[in-house]
Design a binder for this molecule. Structure first.
Ligand code: FAD
Length: 494
């Protein structure tokens, strides 16, 4: 029984109906049109491609139906200092050599004053700057294999698209507002849900996709919330679509503002914009003013204030209820991680799907995996705020000097001293992501790995020059992002 039909609900319904086809498991989704969905969430990570692929979804059709564009990364403006800009790309920097990460070779040349930005060694960054796009290659010898991509899409259309997919595979949709959640007298498991019109719906496992309200996981089961607002103080957003007036670029933009940051997400038919801000440091009126005065095209709506708090449920799976989506927690959309976390929840659930008797081992493993995912995203987000030199507003002064989790302090110190990026097996954001944000935010290592001295000066200069020209040659051969979109997934296809 899936409770809620936003992006989380329909992704879960589509994912599980595919994985458990012919298994005898029946899936029902209850949602209320009267309540509606949150209606934001447009930038994604490359993992969504693999989710869709696994479901057998045709990419061009999906993109046309959701008005999607390609996304090669996120451009951050004004984060470390006003006037700074860097891209966090979905791809590698250069090529590692003799088991030493590329950025150490770059750093060696950089320290010697022979290389400028590391960006010239990233194909996706150069593609973003040139507003060009082409599909990655599967051939590891090709420079075109050095990147991945995601989408910028209309999330409401994506949910509708997945609803069609899921219903065609037997998922039953029940319209109705849940007003009560009954627990069993013995064990306190969820027994049934009562709808406003008196009907009841019941299942063996309840997947709470009811959004921020956490209808089952919190309101009924009282799981509790781990509050991370001390580290991620932004607690409100205003979202406004605007008319597209400039060339369509293959990336999302996040521009730091006086009390938070503003997103710009280009879709095929419009631009999604929003200001994520901290109510301790600015008012709703001022936030609206900042957002509206920084739109490129005409605003297509007034935009409502959305309230939230950073953190996660103390447990994501409790008794016979699993929380997926906003009901499980929230981390601001700075790195477009929410839809990824939905996907991670669906994957973990599919791997651990219980029999009727919930096993503690499955529950424990699910919660361990999801806690790790959340914590790793949290640390990465905090890095963007904390690694700043800005003290021009009380907000930036606070985030620059605030205490940070030990796990992040350790990572930052290690990189600063030695250039080493902490490795981990599970979780999001690998080496290139951390390097992009560290260097982009002026956290530059004091020294490089001494093994990078194993290459002679001449060989290093030749290697770096060859890499750069290979990348610029590849970019020059690509069509513009707009031309590629027009040819690959025009709106008429929908
Ligand atoms: C400002 C902002 C910007 C964001 N940007 C991004 C982004 O760029 N990228 C990204 O990945 N994520 C982003 N997110 C997160 C993203 O919006 C969510 O992860 C995603 O929309 C999933 O939401 P949901 O399905 O969990 O909840 P919702 O969309 O709120 O859906 C909840 C569902 O539960 C139903 N429901 C609730 N109560 C009841 C009831 N009593 N009875 C019956 N049904 C009920 C509702 O009708 C609805 O169908 C953003 C979030 C915010 C707040």
């Amino acid at each position: 029984m899936i409770v809620g039909g936003g992006t989380a609900g329909w992704m879960t319904a589509a994912g599980l109906s595919h994985v458990f086809r012919n298994s005898g498991i029946s899936i029902e989704l209850v949602e209320s049109d009267q309540i509606g969905t949150i209606g934001v969430g447009e930038a994604t990570l490359p993992h969504l491609r693999f989710f869709n692929e696994r479901l057998g979804i045709d990419e061009a059709e999906f993109m046309a139906r959701t008005s999607a564009t390609f996304k090669l990364g996120i451009e951050f403006r004004d984060w470390a200092r006003i006037g700074d800009a860097y891209v966090h790309p979905f791809g590698d920097y250069g090529r590692d050599l003799r088991k030493v990460a590329f950025h150490h070779y770059w750093l060696r040349a950089h320290q010697a004053g022979r290389e400028g930005r590391i960006d010239s060694f990233s194909l996706p960054v150069m593609m973003c700057e040139a507003a060009r796009f082409g599909m990655p290659s599967a051939d590891p010898r090709s420079v075109m294999s050095s990147f991945s991509y995601a989408y910028q899409l209309d999330a409401s259309r994506y949910a509708a698209f997945l609803r069609e997919y899921a219903e065609a595979r037997g998922v039953i949709r029940t319209e109705g507002k849940v007003v009560d959640c009954a627990l069993t007298a013995e064990g306190g498991l969820v027994d049934f849900l009562r709808l406003e019109d008196g009907r009841t719906v019941t299942g063996d496992l309840y997947i709470d996709c009811s959004g921020f309200r956490g209808l089952v996981i919190e309101q009924a089961l009282k799981t509790g919330f781990e509050d991370w607002t001390e580290f991620l103080p932004c607690d409100r957003a205003i979202a406004v679509p605007s008319r597209m007036t400039v060339e369509n670029v293959p990336y999302t933009r996040a521009t730091a503002r006086e009390a938070g940051w503003q997103w710009r997400i280009p879709l095929q038919h419009r631009v999604g914009n929003g200001y994520v801000y901290c109510s301790r440091f600015t008012s709703d009126e001022r936030a609206r003013e900042v957002l509206m005065s920084n739109l490129e095209g005409e605003a297509l709506a007034d935009g409502k204030v959305i309230r939230f708090g950073a953190g996660k449920r103390k447990a994501q799976w409790v008794k016979n209820c699993v929380a997926i989506g906003l009901s499980s927690g929230f981390l601001e959309p700075l790195e477009s991680t929410s839809i990824y976390l939905i996907q991670a929840g669906i994957t973990a659930l599919a791997e651990l799907l219980p029999t009727r008797d919930m096993r503690e081992a499955d529950i424990g493993e699910f919660n361990r995996v999801m806690d790790l995912e959340y914590e790793r995203v949290r640390d990465f987000l905090i890095l963007h705020y904390h690694a700043t030199e800005r003290d021009d507003t009380p907000f930036w002064d606070y985030v620059r000097t605030m205490p940070i989790p030990d796990s992040l302090a350790y990572k930052m110190e290690l990189f600063r001293k030695t250039g080493t990026v902490v490795q981990y097996k599970d979780g999001l954001f690998l080496h290139p992501s951390w390097i992009a944000v560290y260097l982009g935010q002026r956290v530059v290592p004091e020294r490089y790995d001494p093994r990078a001295d194993g290459v002679s000066e001449v060989d290093l200069a030749r290697m770096l020059s060859e890499m750069k020209s290979m990348i610029s040659g590849a970019v020059d051969a690509l069509p513009t992002h707009e031309d590629f979109l027009r040819q690959y997934c025009p709106p008429e296809m929908a």
